[in-house]
Design a protein around this ligand. Structure first.
Ligand SMILES: [Zn+2]
Length: 337
């Protein structure tokens, strides 16, 4: 469930069956009003956080500052969809069962992958927490680069996804990747791609070279205008991956594909009473390859899916796990399908 109470360290649900124990740490305290749900809580920036006891026990010499720093690295910018949560669950389960199979490969009685997959289901919060604490650093590598010079970045793998950990004009090791080579054209925009967890990609655009990127589920793009204002950029790290660029003017709204200069908001009500959306999805129209649309309706518009002529099967698309009673509307644009 997307709205369930989640552990601030592993982001898996806190079960009602979890048993409350007293806090071992003076500055970490239980919340009596929620004691049936929470094992440990800590006040951090005025927000109450909660976590599994076993996740907390995995932190060596825990203290509120370290706990807050690690929890910050695990924080979601927004609540992802149920489908995104399911994808995360499957990826971590697959990673863990594969690692278990490899770890016990020397044993004659090693289990097959299918059985390790069942074992992994019970160990997901431990695995997520252990990975997080292995990767987190209280002093992450700084990210700063001049946009008139080549820029390299260092990636980090977390839960089966690749995030940017740092960028620089001077790579500190061979595993850094070149992401920008100046061509002599003036850079006017930087497109920052990422999900609810951190930045996955940076694209640099001149006025004659706008990025052409396909939509990818869960990835959203913010445009940062840099022309004439900034000669360098800096990134903010949560200790594992970059969260956002600092000291730049960026769009409030994130887009499912890099935003075109031709797109603008028009408001039917006065703009001062209108709040810009946090995320906007694009929809292809007027393309000869489009043969229909699927519309999912549930007390309002949920999704519109574009069907193209090269799809294997032309059928109504449903969003899995969102609801038990949505209405699917199929709009066919060509006859004979
Ligand atoms: Zn946990």
């Amino acid at each position: 469930m997307a709205n369930a109470q989640r552990c601030c360290l592993c982001q898996f649900e806190i079960s009602r069956e979890d048993v409350v124990t007293e806090s071992k740490y003076g500055s970490l305290r239980n919340s009596p009003s929620y004691s049936y749900l929470y094992l440990y809580t800590v006040w951090e920036y005025s927000f109450l956080r909660s976590c599994h006891r076993h996740c907390l026990d995995m932190i060596p010499r825990p203290n509120p500052q370290r706990l807050a720093g690690i929890a910050e690295a695990m924080k979601y910018e927004y609540i992802p969809s149920s489908r995104q949560m399911d994808i995360r669950h499957r990826k971590i389960k697959s990673l863990l069962s594969t690692e278990l199979l490899a770890h016990f490969a020397h044993l004659e009685s090693n289990l097959p992958l299918e059985l390790w997959s069942i074992v992994a289901e019970y160990l997901l919060p431990y695995f997520a927490s252990a990975n997080l604490q292995r990767l987190w650093s209280p002093t992450p590598e700084p990210s700063c680069a001049n946009i008139s010079k080549p820029i390299w970045c260092k990636y980090v793998d977390l839960e089966g996804n690749k995030y940017i950990a740092a960028f620089s004009n001077d790579p500190s090791s061979d595993d850094w990747e070149l992401i920008f080579q100046p061509s002599g054209e003036l850079i006017v925009d930087i497109f920052v791609g990422g999900n609810h967890f951190g930045i996955t990609k940076l694209l640099f655009s001149s006025s004659h070279n706008s990025p052409d990127v396909d939509e990818a589920e869960g990835i959203w793009w913010r445009k940062v205008h840099v022309e004439g204002r900034y000669s360098s950029i800096r990134g903010f790290s949560d200790g594992i991956k970059l969260r956002h660029l600092m000291n730049v003017d960026k769009d409030i709204t994130a887009w499912s594909v890099p935003k075109s200069d031709n797109v603008r908001f028009e408001h039917l009500s006065p703009s001062f009473v209108t709040t810009l959306p946090a995320r906007m999805a694009s929809l292809d129209c007027n393309c000869p390859a489009i043969v229909g649309y699927s519309i999912l309706w549930e007390c309002g518009l949920v999704t519109i899916h574009v069907h193209r002529i090269d799809e294997d099967r032309f059928e109504s698309k449903r969003t899995q796990g969102e609801s038990s009673s949505p209405v699917s509307i199929l709009v066919i644009l060509q006859t004979g399908l």
